[in-house]
Write a protein that binds this ligand. Sequence first.
Ligand SMILES: [Cu+2]
Length: 141
Amino acid sequence: MRVRKSPFTIALVLGFALLLTACGGSGGAPSVSIHVTLTDFAFSPNTFTIPAGAKISFMAVNNGAGEHSFVIMKAGHDVAGHFTSADQANVYWEKDHIAPGQTVSDTFTAPGDPGTYQVVCGVPGHFEAGMVARLIVVRGK
Ligand SMILES: [Cu+2]
């Protein structure tokens, strides 16, 4: 009896290969670059894995109809309910006022402490609309 690969198996293998080659440090192996697309109201991808203490090159494209921002909160200071002026004091790094249609680039230094950091959009109402992501900082080499 011959063993045949089903279309489902092939699709699974292809999907996994795509995941492995996805750029922007989405999820898996740490990357020193973040490439994020902003829409109304989401970050894509919504998980970024970077090495602790590394210099990170950041690029964001706003494909939404409104202004957005990329705000990394300090460890242990997750936004609860609404992004307020009190939260502003607990921002680790942010790129704000990213206009619709705009592409912005910047650099920042990753937090030195490994852990999961919350990323939010600081524009009023966007956090509530679900514009939240995760930044996973792993021990660098
Ligand atoms: Cu936003």
